[in-house]
Design a protein around this ligand. Structure first.
Ligand code: DUC
Ligand code: ZN
Ligand code: ZN
Ligand code: ZN
Length: 483
């Protein structure tokens, strides 16, 4: 059964042109004028774009004494309703747990995914077992390894562990990822705030100023340089971190930054709302920032110094958030966004003239497909690519509301926002999963997308590779030592 998408304008990261798109066997079979198929999707007045890829989700993740509320079924449902056709989730070993063990758990969680997915592997502790298993993880199609520089006493790894793990990732040809916040400083500031009676959600923002992110981003960039490994900085939220990424890129380093749609559109004033629930529902790390940081992130997307817009979708219900009443450090960190990323970015990016439609495709899909090494299977409108497509109606409008969302939680951080630009159809490997405002569910349709290592290095300025093979200097009259 073939499907033809008729009468639309194809928009990719680099081209805009009028054409029909024929889909057959889950792939794009033809692109051109006057195509015919068994079924027809009307794309008149619409753009036909690569489906979105959200490279940063936490579905059914054990975290801060609970589990994130969206699992792969509801999470991917939200994704498809918002035009996203692939998610990349973090397999998260608990301290001491093997990577392959954690991977098995994530394989099981993902069996009810409704769109394609892949995993990043988190390195939450360091030892011989982790070192050894990283090779098998790579063989199984995971080329990205995430490290938490915060969450002291839980997920955080120290600099010696970072350097050891980054070096290993580099040797395996992969990409190191970091959650860049100085966890020691966050822990100290949190303790001081609590001791001084600051227990509310606003203290969460006070405990994680932009300096802790800027410092950690700089540190991670330097450690990655010494290890010779490319670095992807997740949830870049502020100018200090963006500045470090810009500088590294200007120096020729393979470093990428990923702002979230939340940080682009919501600011720190949310934490000063007098309704505790309102503020706590927006507690995430890094926290929302001042408006000047939003400007920096938008400028980065325009200039190309920031490459990808993600969500860090990690949704908790109001009841889950309330476990942190009286102690802000116990409020589960995380917000939703999977369904709203594309409409919010279109509205506030393309709708305001900050981004062109082609740039929108680049930062929501194509750039990350290239970075993660699944392009052009994903992130492209090309003959032979997976038919992961969104038929985008730039004139469609709605008001975002928890009452109509697919996510399992009882609120939405974008509640009441008017968006213009919505999916009319979303196709996952050729299957129409969302049409005219309604999901057509198929849990289990989603397949794992394996991503081979690219083998790119990151040592533009560093001489470390020479230093790691040190030779002692011969001096007259003194026998050389060492090997
Ligand atoms: N930040 C969040 O807000 N939630 C999940 C993990 C993270 O780093
Ligand atoms: Zn994080
Ligand atoms: Zn995250
Ligand atoms: Zn199916």
């Amino acid at each position: 059964m073939s499907t033809v998408i008729k009468g639309g304008t194809v928009v990719t990261a680099d081209l805009t042109y009028v054409a029909d798109v024929l889909v057959d066997g889950g792939r794009i079979a033809a692109i051109g004028p006057d195509l015919t198929g068994d079924t027809v999707l009307d794309a008149a007045g619409c753009y036909v774009m690569p489906g979105g890829i959200d490279p940063h989700t936490h579905l059914e993740m054990p975290f801060m004494g609970t589990y994130s509320a969206d699992d792969f079924e509801s999470g991917t449902r939200a994704a498809l309703a918002g035009g996203t056709t692939m998610v990349v989730d973090f397999a998260l070993p608990s301290p001491g747990q093997g990577l392959l063990d954690a991977l098995k758990m994530w394989d099981n969680k993902a069996t009810r995914a409704q769109c394609d997915y892949s995993f990043h592997m988190a390195v939450t502790w360091w030892g011989e077992q982790v070192f050894d298993e990283m090779e098998e993880v790579t063989r199984r199609g995971i080329n990205t390894f995430k490290h938490f520089m915060a969450y002291k006493g839980a997920l955080m790894v120290n600099d010696d562990e970072l350097f050891a793990s980054f070096s290993r990732v580099g040797d395996l040809g992969g990409i190191a990822m970091v959650h860049a916040e100085n966890g020691d400083v966050v822990a100290e500031l949190s303790a001081r705030l609590l001791a001084a009676g600051n227990t509310g959600p606003e203290a969460h923002a006070y405990s994680r100023p932009t300096q802790v992110e800027g410092e950690a981003t700089n540190r991670a960039i330097m450690i990655a340089d010494m290890a010779g490994v490319p670095l992807y900085v997740v949830h870049t939220s502020c100018e200090e971190s963006h500045e470090a990424i810009r500088r590294a890129r200007m120096q020729g380093k393979r470093v990428w930054g990923e702002p979230l749609i939340q940080h682009l559109t919501l600011d720190e004033s949310e934490y000063f709302n007098t309704d505790w629930d309102h503020a706590a529902r927006r507690v995430m790390s890094p926290p929302f920032r001042g408006k000047q940081h939003q400007d920096s992130l938008w400028a980065g997307l325009q200039s190309g110094s920031l490459s990808v817009v993600a969500t860090d979708h990690c949704a908790f219900t109001t009841d889950q958030k309330r476990t942190g009443m009286g102690d802000f450090t116990k409020i589960p960190n995380g917000t939703g966004g999977l369904q709203d990323r594309m409409p919010m970015l279109w509205t506030h990016g393309v709708g305001t003239g900050r981004l062109t439609p082609n740039e929108f495709v680049a930062v929501t899909s194509t750039n990350i497909a290239k970075i993660l090494n699944c392009y052009p299977r994903k992130g492209a409108v090309l003959v032979g690519s997976d038919a992961d497509l969104v038929v985008w109606d730039p004139a469609a409008t709605k008001t975002i509301s928890a009452a109509t969302q697919e996510s399992a939680i009882d609120y939405n951080v974008f509640e009441g926002q008017e968006v213009t630009g919505l999916p009319r159809y979303t196709l996952t490997r050729g299957r129409v999963a969302f049409a005219d405002g309604a999901i057509n569910p198929d849990p289990g349709h989603g397949q794992f997308v394996a991503r081979a290592p690219k083998g790119a290095v990151n040592r533009a300025l560093s001489t470390w590779k020479e230093l790691t093979a040190p030779r002692p200097v011969e001096r007259s009259g003194i026998p050389a030592t060492g090997v």
